[in-house]
Design a protein around this ligand. Sequence first.
Ligand code: FE2
Ligand code: FE2
Length: 119
Amino acid sequence: MRYSSYKTGILEIDIQHANIAFMLTELAKEGSEKEVSERKFEIIRNALAHHFDFEEKWGQANNRNFDSDHRDSHKELLEKLNELYNQYTNNKLNMCEISLTTKMELLKHVQNHDMRLNA
Ligand SMILES: [Fe+2]
Ligand SMILES: [Fe+2]
């Protein structure tokens, strides 16, 4: 995954995306103990919730058109993360699969929504 795929041209937002992408790569690394992986996941979930919050406030503060679709997509992504975690606890997914799925979902989100913040 190239970090440049996430570039919106808005520095704070790009840094947050790059940090989250980096954490997702760390999550995919094998050999971590279960507790460590679960802690990493928790940190990513918090970082994502914080990022969405930041982005929504940034949009407001900078007079960007932050449509309800974008807001809904944030909510859906957090719900998706919970769903993936449930599948992990039922032994249907491992953290590597969670990492990959989340990266793809995030990339789609950035391209469909975040890019428009800098239009
Ligand atoms: Fe967004
Ligand atoms: Fe974003």
